[in-house]
Design a protein around this ligand. Structure first.
Ligand code: PLP
Length: 470
């Protein structure tokens, strides 16, 4: 395939994708396939001879689209959003076309430095304290002992990296034994926190949340005191802003004060909700306690119109990462490695791509203003949906809707709600989520697609109501 063919087929692919989006609302949201469906559609071994693009394009429908859950469909409301925008897609095209690997500054200077710049841009957009920035606002000089940000693949990786850093630095600096270390998270934290503890081989204590599904300082303090009594060494707490099940918020101010008292690393996982911080009205209450955290993570690839993967992690002290995870083989050495940033120390893998391009394109094209409008638009749609739920006295809200995700249920038993969930999603016309907390089963409705408008929300609500009636 030469560049002429790339140009021709590239245009054809862009047309295909644009057509897909323009006609997406004519498709079912979810497919009607069963596990193993692909087996009869894809040969059991690869072709030896090259094939024509016409044949490849022809198979996109039967092989790919037939089995697609259309996450960008205007009536997809399950899980959390999977970010998408055209500037971001174009950024990914350039990223994958450049094909660079930015593990050190030398291996890809632009890749490293644009990522640093974007980490500072977004840190300012979401109101992180200045200590998390690479550069002081009016200085050309990189801060010497300051913080900074990195694009990780996932929030799970951020939790794992920060927990490992807390573990290794404790072992390096104290007499504590690995078997004595313990970390904390709410019982409502995402499963990735428990998994991180499992992989890091650190004991984890899940703290009972209060009636608002919020982890509180006194409960954390009690667990810590108890553990210390038994000779354990608390090293790390992961607090969540916007839990996966119910978009609830841990009390950062209280938790931060406890972590400070016991010298514990406080990581904040705001994977979904963090995007709302670009709007000043959400900063007001979500930022309380930011001055006490050690690291912060959110996923622009969820709710900020950035395509996956793009999970931003900031640390207050970036040197702790290079100190803790510095392995320095000859083949990666370069003359600037002491004075600049080598992202190889900030992540698990070595290889990394030019992911900041999609942030740069999207922020520049939409502006902070455009992104704020997007966040406010989805929150307004959530409010509309919430008021529809309120007006139907067969339903009730599960909790207070803080952002764009509405948690609701039919009044009555879990079984009624489980049946409703199945019925709604079996229509394939809309797709909603579900969760269960303390034996209460409820439904989750999160606006995910940037194509969704109020008519789509009304249609989804009608589908839900019809499924109760029939
Ligand atoms: N943390 C929270 C609060 C989440 O809601 C999620 C996923 O929905 C995650 C972490 C995991 O995100 P990732 O897939 O980026 O690891």
């Amino acid at each position: 395939m030469d560049t002429k063919e790339f140009r021709d087929i590239g245009h054809r692919m862009i047309d295909y994708v644009a057509d897909y989006f323009e006609t997406l609302n004519q498709r079912n949201v979810m497919p009607s396939v069963s596990p193993g469906f692909m087996r009869s559609r894809v040969p059991s071994a690869a072709n030896n001879d090259p094939q024509d693009w016409d044949d490849i394009f022809k198979d996109i429908e039967s092989v790919v689209m037939d089995g697609m859950a259309h996450w960008q469909h205007p009536n997809f409301y399950a899980y959390f959003p999977s970010g998408h925008s055209w500037p971001s897609v174009l950024g990914e095209i350039l990223n994958t076309s450049l094909g660079c690997v930015g593990f050190t500054w030398e291996s890809a200077p632009s890749c490293t430095e644009l990522e640093m710049a974007m980490a500072d841009w977004v840190a300012k957009m979401i109101g992180l304290p200045n200590e998390f920035l690479f550069y002081n606002s009016d200085s050309e000089q990189l801060t010497q002992n300051g913080g900074g940000g990195v694009i990780e693949t996932t929030a799970s990786e951020s939790t794992f990296m920060t927990l490992l850093t807390a573990k290794k630095s404790t072992l390096d600096q104290t007499m504590a034994k690995a078997s004595e270390l313990v970390c904390y998270a709410s019982e409502q934290a995402h499963s990735s926190v428990e998994k991180a503890a499992m992989m890091a081989n650190v004991a984890i204590h899940m703290i009972e949340a209060d009636e608002n599904n919020s982890m509180r300082g006194p409960a954390l303090q009690e667990a810590i005191e108890n553990d210390i009594k038994y000779g354990l060494k608390p090293i790390y707490t992961c607090a969540t802003l916007g839990t996966t099940s119910s978009c609830s918020f841990d009390n950062l101010e209280e938790i931060g004060a406890v972590c400070k008292k016991y010298g514990i690393w406080l990581h904040v996982d705001a994977a979904f909700a963090g995007s709302a911080l670009i709007c000043p009205e959400y900063q007001e209450w979500m930022k309380k306690g930011f001055d006490l955290m050690t690291s912060f993570c959110f996923n622009p690839h969820k709710w900020l119109l950035i395509n996956s993967s793009c999970s931003l992690l900031w640390v207050r002290d970036r040197n702790i990462l290079s100190r803790t995870f510095s392995v320095d083989p000859e083949y990666l050495k370069h003359e600037h490695q002491v004075s600049t940033v080598d992202y190889r120390h900030w992540q698990i893998g070595l290889g990394r791509t030019f992911r900041s391009l999609k942030l740069w394109f999207t922020i520049r094209r939409l502006g902070v203003k455009g992104l704020q409008e997007w966040i406010r638009h989805t929150i307004a749609l959530g409010k509309e949906f919430e008021s529809m739920v309120r007006q139907d006295d067969r339903f009730e809200l599960y909790n207070e809707t803080k952002l764009s995700m509405v948690c609701f249920k039919l009044k009555g038993s879990n079984e009624r709600n489980e049946i409703l969930y199945e019925k709604v999603n079996n229509t394939k016309k809309t797709f909603i989520g579900q969760s269960k907390i303390k034996d209460v089963y409820f439904l989750r409705f999160a606006t995910c697609s940037r194509l969704t408008n109020i008519e789509d929300v009304k249609l989804a609500w009608k589908v839900i109501q019809d499924c109760v009636d029939n």
